[in-house]
Design a protein around this ligand. Structure first.
Ligand SMILES: CC(C)(COP(=O)(O)OP(=O)(O)OC[C@H]1O[C@@H](n2cnc3c(N)ncnc32)[C@H](O)[C@@H]1OP(=O)(O)O)[C@@H](O)C(=O)NCCC(=O)NCCS
Length: 145
């Protein structure tokens, strides 16, 4: 399959809530997705043959001390391990037009940590006490100019 990344539009919301199992029961997460779409801070991954049905999404903003930051990357369970997450993050890097970009994930999140390591992210600190017993790891990547 060929995956394409495009900016999210309002009609994608219902798909992203399905893609992201957490969003089903979490109002806060749904609000976060809706806000990111409305602020043009959300991108979706679709099969090139079905551009109306996203299978993953990623967000990009400047919420981290004014730096470019990827707060969310989610791929549907059914489409994981096909390179979509990597493609979304690489696209967000490109969209940021920044010299450096940050993201974070829980220590327990091996898939995301491996993905970031593969894309050349380096460790940039730890925040304790967000999720009990599961520190938030900050990562940073220097981007080509
Ligand atoms: C993290 C996540 C976005 C990865 O998406 P994905 O499309 O499955 O990732 P990719 O297929 O692009 O994988 C890229 C690399 O990440 C690593 N990786 C991905 N899933 C992995 C897993 N389950 N175990 C170990 N490494 C994994 C591998 O190094 C992989 O490269 P490889 O397949 O060539 O070995 C996905 O697992 C997800 O949506 N998780 C739930 C939401 C989440 O935790 N998001 C991150 C924090 S916001």
């Amino acid at each position: 399959m060929s995956w394409q990344i495009r900016q999210a539009v309002l009609s994608d919301f219902k798909w992203l809530v399905r893609v992201d199992s957490l969003a089903e029961n979490d109002h806060g997460r749904r609000r976060q997705i809706a806000r990111a779409i409305s602020k043009s801070e959300c991108w979706v991954a679709c099969d090139a043959d079905d551009l109306a049905a996203p299978v993953g999404y990623g967000c990009l903003d400047k919420s981290f001390f004014g730096e470019w930051f990827v707060p969310l990357v989610v791929v549907s369970n059914a489409h994981r391990r096909c390179g979509i997450g990597r493609k979304i993050v690489a696209h967000l890097e490109h969209c940021s037009s920044a010299k450096k970009i940050f993201t974070s994930t829980n220590m327990s999140n091996t898939p995301m940590r491996e993905l970031l390591s593969q894309l050349g992210y380096q460790s940039s600190g730890v925040v304790e006490n967000l999720d009990p017993g599961d520190p938030e790891l900050i990562f940073m990547k220097i981007l080509e100019e």
